[in-house]
Design a protein around this ligand. Structure first.
Ligand code: SF4
Length: 322
């Protein structure tokens, strides 16, 4: 692993762009992040690129612009080791050390992700180790998800965070936003119900809401059990791909007030609802998924020590533990 660039703010999050196999096609982004004001010993988040780019092609995501296959288990672990190695001795003391499998790439398309999850407890010597996964749930990867369920039960019971990138309550809109065959809302509900065991974190349904994308609380109420699923709303980030395809977020816009009623209704129905609004300064340094690699390749990227403001998580209902 050859580190090409590190950008961001050590007090919030730093993004490392690294190259593997001595070839620019095999480039990853790894995030070494905190949740201010909590110190690293309290909560530490390491985000690992699960693919070299991403083949899914979500129209608002810069990672979709390039795809060059899967990192091996060693290449995934190198990213974790890179972050651990920057803060010697902290993992052992850390109360919550979350390893996220998400950016860049779709983790379910890389079989090595499961091998790495299995080896994480041996690599990360921390009683506070958590495993986290964000996925668009590609169709055809059912065997992968069955193995994931077994790994969670065996190694991460009560310490696993599963997030479905749902994006919309309309299957039609979802087909546009996740342009590969993927699980339906009903499929998500069935698997999520099985995945959740007593003592686990609720399965998170993430909606990156954009204008003209359906978000209907009634569909959520009919499909997902509030005892097992939580709702998270995030902005559609202003990526190059998003701008090119005309995406505008509802959050951080004058229309965001329209969401308040839908959120209040879901909370009244028993759901945990979190609205996570990123600080706009994050956008300026290109810390959104896929942006760092794209910007680094263009030669206009931020440099080591450039600053980014703290992420502002506006928690409407805070019963989802942090
Ligand atoms: S949002 Fe995720 S699944 Fe979609 S293209 Fe980007 S990295 Fe891939």
């Amino acid at each position: 692993m050859e580190v090409l660039e590190i950008s961001g703010n050590p007090e919030v999050a730093e993004v490392c762009v690294a190259r593997f196999r001595q070839d620019d096609d095999y480039t990853t982004e790894t995030v070494d992040g905190l949740t201010p004001p909590q110190p690293r010993e309290e909560k530490w988040v390491i985000n690992v690129s699960t693919q070299f780019g991403c083949p899914v092609g979500c129209p608002f995501c810069d990672a979709a612009l390039q795809y060059h296959g899967n990192p091996t288990a060693d290449e995934l672990l190198d990213q974790v080791r890179w972050a651990l190695g920057r803060h010697p001795g902290v993992a052992e003391r850390c109360r919550k050390l979350k390893v996220h499998f998400a950016r860049m790439g779709e983790p379910a398309l890389n079989p090595a992700v499961l091998d790495v999850m299995e080896s994480l407890p041996a690599v990360v010597s921390s009683d506070g180790l958590w495993c986290c996964l964000a996925t668009v749930t590609p169709r055809g990867r059912e065997t992968w998800f069955e193995r994931l369920l077994l790994i969670k039960r065996r190694l991460f019971h009560g310490r696993f965070q599963l997030q479905f990138s749902v994006q919309s309550t309309s299957e039609e809109d979802r087909a546009r936003l996740i342009p590969i065959p993927h699980w339906s809302l009903q499929d998500l509900a069935l698997y999520g119900r099985r995945f959740f065991d007593p003592g686990d974190r609720k399965v998170v349904l993430n909606f990156a809401l954009a204008r003209d994308v359906e978000y209907n609380p009634e569909v959520i109420e009919k499909t997902f059990d509030p005892e097992k699923f939580a709702i998270k709303l995030t902005p559609v980030n202003p990526t190059a791909a998003g701008r090119k395809n005309g995406f505008e977020t509802i959050l951080r816009s004058e229309e965001s007030a329209l969401l308040d009623r839908a959120c209040a209704r879901l909370m009244a129905s028993g759901y945990d609802v979190v609205v996570s609004i990123g600080d706009e300064r994050e956008d300026q340094i290109g810390s959104n998924c896929g942006q760092a690699v794209r910007v680094q390749r263009s030669g206009t990227g931020p440099t080591v020590g450039s600053t980014v403001g703290p992420r502002i998580d506006s928690v409407i209902a805070s019963r989802v533990a942090g």
